[in-house]
Design a protein around this ligand. Structure first.
Ligand code: 0O2
Length: 209
């Protein structure tokens, strides 16, 4: 039986900040989807998932950064307590959706990491944005941090397998598997670019009937 503290127990009344940031940001994504469908007939987002960082991994992060294991330390300093992962159809959709979010006047962009243009050593690819979004809670307005990770389906597929390797202990041939994953990441990236080029060729040559 798990003895891990629940987010409600740890965050208490401030859980609403994290849940609220997720609600705000997913509404923005839903509106982007509706706008794109209405204007181009194509939804750039396959799906999105959301999560509040588990208490165990949050405490580990606070310890790593030498911060007290308190809710205030999280709300004031930790960027990814509230997280949204957006899975897009094509690579250019990632940038379209990211730019549409980042250009919203009440969203403050704190940090951008483009691991698509500059993949990690592991082969990991994704576009990360840290934002701050204002939340009206009762009589107060609070700015809440959230992390948005945008990636394509193939980047997501790759990251799930890589995550499995990272968190599993004693995998035989872990080094060899990591090397193979790195190679597959390059192959997926090149296949994805080819898919996008073919999509463009089809679109350019399509005559509306
Ligand atoms: P979880 O459970 O996904 O939240 P920081 O976030 O500040 O600790 P850093 O280096 O600034 O560290 O963050 P980075 O690398 O921009 O993004 C961290 C998150 O990206 C990770 O969150 C993963 O979700 C994802 N990520 C980064 N590198 C890799 C990788 O090589 N493989 C996979 N599968 N995912 C990666 P967490 O906190 O590790 O976990």
């Amino acid at each position: 039986m798990s003895t891990e503290m629940s987010p409600q127990e740890f965050y208490g009344e401030k859980l609403i900040y994290l849940e609220g940031a997720i609600i705000e940001l997913t509404s923005r994504l839903d509106i982007i989807r509706k706008f794109k469908i209405a204007n181009s007939d194509r939804d750039p987002i396959e799906h999105y998932t959301t999560r509040i960082k588990s208490v165990e991994s949050m405490k580990e992060k606070l310890r790593k950064h030498g911060m007290p294991e308190t809710v205030d330390a999280v709300i004031g300093n930790i960027y990814d307590a509230a997280g949204i992962r957006v899975i897009c159809t094509y690579i250019d959709d990632v940038y379209t959706v990211a730019n549409m979010l980042m250009s919203q006047s009440d969203i403050t962009v704190i940090r951008v990491k483009d691991y698509i243009k500059n993949p990690k050593e592991s082969g990991y690819r994704s576009f990360h944005i840290i934002v701050q979004i204002p939340l009206h809670v009762g009589e107060n307005t609070v700015d809440v941090y959230a992390e948005i990770q945008l990636r394509t389906m193939s980047m997501d597929f790759w990251a799930s397998l890589d995550h499995k390797l990272k968190y599993k202990q004693d995998v035989p041939n872990a080094k060899l598997i990591a090397r193979e994953l790195r190679r597959f990441a390059d192959e997926l990236a090149s296949t994805e670019m080819n898919f996008q080029a073919i999509r463009d060729m089809i679109d350019e040559n399509t005559v509306e009937s």
